[in-house]
Design a protein. Structure first.
Length: 385
């Protein structure tokens, strides 16, 4: 048992903290934390923001350490943050993120190396603002990956190497990476990352992959990479869900399809949007924006109990599917710790009050937390698959 797991077990047994569970509740019979509840199944992670690993938001940092055994950086390892100008790297926040994960013995994810969003325009342009040549962009990609992955060699456990390279129809998305370099930018990114840290797990990460066309696109992409000997270790299913999408059967068969490729499968950015849909799409295209209207923000003060219960049922359903695939899923990561910091408060409409996670704005466990723990308690273990 790792030091961390041992700590979690002692905590659950009430030996470390008296009998107070998360947020001061009386500890029920074990398990009391997410990481402990799913210890035999998969890692449970959360995306952290700067305030949490830099010591400003100690309450949610404490909650994260208590509940999760994996972390992802919500923004600090994205290109625009870590490499804002040519030749200028700013590793301060990312260093603190990695140190936080090490200090707490967590599985540390790097997110993300090659993406078309949150990447400065200069990356794709020359001094006159014209598109750079293929060779120049390859050289810039190599420099970026070698510098960032190389800095954390042996410390970051897994990298989302390429994020969202596919369109909803399953074809390659026409981003500057793709149009300037060609479809093989994906293979190159993986090779560069492997060169910089041969021990790191390397992943492809995307949203809406539960939809048939995009799922086929991912399967084809992974097969292509594998045929070329590209070191891809896993596929990340982002998991930005709603109460009614994706269907459970769709999710179930998607996990099975990816696992069938012989790679690790992860849920990497889980949240469940309870607010009225502001756009037709169910994906997570961060460039999408919709105007604020009061009917799109129906619960600015409090989520009604009926909705709390609906959210709890939805989370229970999702985790039942995840546990059915415990042997295939290596990690389930939430995109945030509490509802207060979730990106869903500002996307695709700014300034709404959303309730997508398991902990409320005060960091207290919601009915959905209890429902998820209950599903774990009823799970018969890996042998029952
Ligand atoms: C989001 C962050 O949560 C926001 O803070 C940021 O403004 C935009 O990006 N898919 C991804 C994540 O892969 O990196 C995105 O994170 C959410 C969608």
């Amino acid at each position: 048992m790792s030091r961390r797991r041992l700590g979690a077990a002692l905590l659950a047994a009430g030996l470390l903290s008296g009998c107070a569970g998360p947020a001061g509740r009386t500890a029920p019979a074990a398990p009391v934390t997410l990481q402990q509840a799913f210890a035999g199944a998969f890692l449970v992670g959360a995306a952290l923001n700067q305030a949490q690993f830099s010591g400003a938001d100690t309450a949610s940092a404490r909650l994260a350490v208590e509940q999760f055994d994996a972390i992802s950086p919500e923004n600090v390892l994205k290109f625009e943050v870590v490499h804002p100008r040519p030749g200028q790297y700013d590793f301060g926040p990312a260093d603190r993120y990695v140190a936080f994960g090490e200090q707490h013995h967590m599985f540390i994810v790097g997110h993300t190396l090659v993406w078309h969003n949150q990447t400065p325009r200069w990356v794709f342009q020359d001094a006159d603002g014209r598109p750079v040549s293929r060779d120049t962009l390859i050289a810039r990609m190599h420099d970026h990956i070698a510098s960032v992955v190389g800095r954390y060699r042996g410390r970051v456990n897994g990298w989302d190497v390429v994020n969202e390279a596919l369109d909803d129809d399953g074809g390659m998305r026409r981003t500057p990476w793709d149009t300037i370099i060609g479809d093989d930018f994906v293979a190159m990114a993986f090779r560069f990352a492997h060169e910089a840290d041969p021990a790191a797990q390397l992943y492809y990460n995307d949203y809406s992959v539960e939809n048939a066309a995009k799922r086929q696109g991912v399967v084809a992409l992974v097969r292509r990479l594998q045929a070329e000997g590209v070191p891809i270790a896993g596929v990340g299913i982002q998991g930005h869900y709603g109460l009614d999408y994706p269907g459970l059967e769709q999710l179930d068969s998607t996990i099975a399809a990816f696992a069938g490729l012989g790679v690790k499968v992860m849920i990497t950015e889980l949240d469940v949007d309870v607010l009225p849909r502001a756009v037709r799409q169910t994906g997570a295209d961060v460039a999408l924006r919709a105007a604020a209207r009061s009917e799109l923000n129906p619960w600015p003060a409090l989520l009604p109990d009926s909705m709390q219960q609906a959210l709890a049922r939805r989370y229970a359903d999702l985790f039942r599917v995840f546990l059915r695939h415990a042997g295939d899923l290596s990690r389930v990561t939430f995109w945030g710790v509490t509802d207060a910091q979730s990106w869903k408060n500002n996307w695709p409409v700014r300034g709404r009050t959303n309730y997508p996670l398991l902990f409320d704005r005060q960091g207290k466990p919601k009915p959905a937390f209890d429902a998820v723990l209950d599903v774990a308690r009823r799970w018969a273990g890996p042998s029952n698959r």
